[in-house]
Design a binder for this molecule. Structure first.
Ligand code: BG6
Length: 324
């Protein structure tokens, strides 16, 4: 696994060509490429990558509040989406793993051809995990003043040949309890929003943040299509959040399958024409046609962490229609 790091970012590239880049600012994933070098995430051309404001694109991490919460005493002073996406994280290290290929039959293993095949399979199964850390002591004075609770967070970004996993573990290091929300604000790159469909949300209840006041509904249709500003917080049906994969398809071809672990909400966001116009860091202005935010999170309620408790949640984005 090729690896490069400097003062501001970390990049890892698998032997098969896939790569991921993570900014230390926000531990924001700013690029994820497949083996052909094709970018899978949308990143605004006007995104600031210098730490002067949260990154418009990639995967900003939302913690400890989703949006703003004027009625929530502990987080009401915080800026929109909290401080995780605008804090500098520490790079804790990388680990690679490679599974031993199992030849189909012993006879095959004896031939030169299958030995070569075995090497290819080993390469194909390689993965790299990058770990980042943030704790209360690493926060800016401003953030600490607005949210004076002791915590420790480990964010792991794992690149596989056909998937990307982001996993957050947050621990309460305080001697009193506190509450938080967590969300992975993934900007997927799509070919054409008008031919993009999202499955996995049928029968899910959602709140619609584009209406005033915010309204609640249940999605009856098996497929969601986007043809105007969309800003919904879904709570998919099902016993376990992990059991409902969200599939984003282009022209009916599955492009991304999103699996969730302990993240029971999914935000679907596309700013469309006017909201894109209104965001200085959103470029090109018609870039909303190439992006779709599908954001797994725990934002419907508050996660209450007692001293010493941890919350862990993860998303895995698989390329194509596979779920294993
Ligand atoms: C989404 C919210 O998660 O993030 C939207 O549901 C919000 O309401 C969007 O507009 C972008 O937020 P920001 O702070 O990055 O502009």
């Amino acid at each position: 696994v090729a690896f490069s790091a400097d003062n501001s970012s970390v990049t890892a590239t698998l032997p098969t060509g896939e790569s991921v880049s993570v900014l230390l600012y926000g531990a924001t994933v700013v690029s994820w490429k497949d083996k052909k070098g094709e970018e899978k995430l949308w990143l605004s051309e006007a995104a600031r990558l210098d730490g002067s404001r949260p990154v418009r694109g990639g995967i900003p991490l939302v913690f400890p509040v989703f949006g703003t919460a004027p009625d929530h005493a502990q987080t009401k002073a915080l800026p929109q989406h909290g401080f995780a996406r605008s804090s500098r994280w520490e790079f804790l290290g990388k680990s690679t793993s490679e599974s031993t290929p199992t030849p189909t039959t012993p006879a095959f293993a004896a031939t030169a051809t299958s030995a070569a095949g075995a090497v290819a399979a080993a390469a194909a199964d390689m993965s790299v995990k990058l770990d980042f850390g943030l704790s209360s002591s690493g926060l800016s004075e401003d953030a600490r003043a607005k949210w004076p609770y002791a915590f420790n967070a480990i964010y792991s970004v794992t690149l596989n040949t056909d998937s990307l996993t982001t996993n957050l573990v947050v621990t309460n290091d305080d001697d009193k309890s506190w509450e938080c929300q967590v969300l992975m604000h993934t900007y997927l790159r799509v070919d054409d929003i008008t031919t993009t469909t999202i499955s996995g949300l049928q029968n899910a209840t959602y709140t619609d943040k584009t209406t005033s006041p915010i309204s609640s509904s249940t999605q009856s249709s098996p497929l969601l299509t986007i043809s105007s500003e969309t800003d919904r917080v879904y709570t998919p049906a099902g016993d376990s959040p992990a059991s409902v994969p969200i599939v984003v398809s282009s022209d009916n071809k599955p492009k991304f399958t999103i699996l969730r672990d302990n993240l029971s909400n999914v935000v679907v966001w596309n700013p469309w024409v006017e909201k894109a116009q209104g965001m200085a860091d959103f470029e090109p202005k018609d870039g909303y046609k190439q992006m779709l935010c599908v954001e797994p999170g725990a934002v419907g309620t508050w996660q209450v962490l007692e001293p010493g408790d941890a919350f862990e949640g993860a998303q895995t984005i698989v390329l194509g229609g596979k779920t294993e």
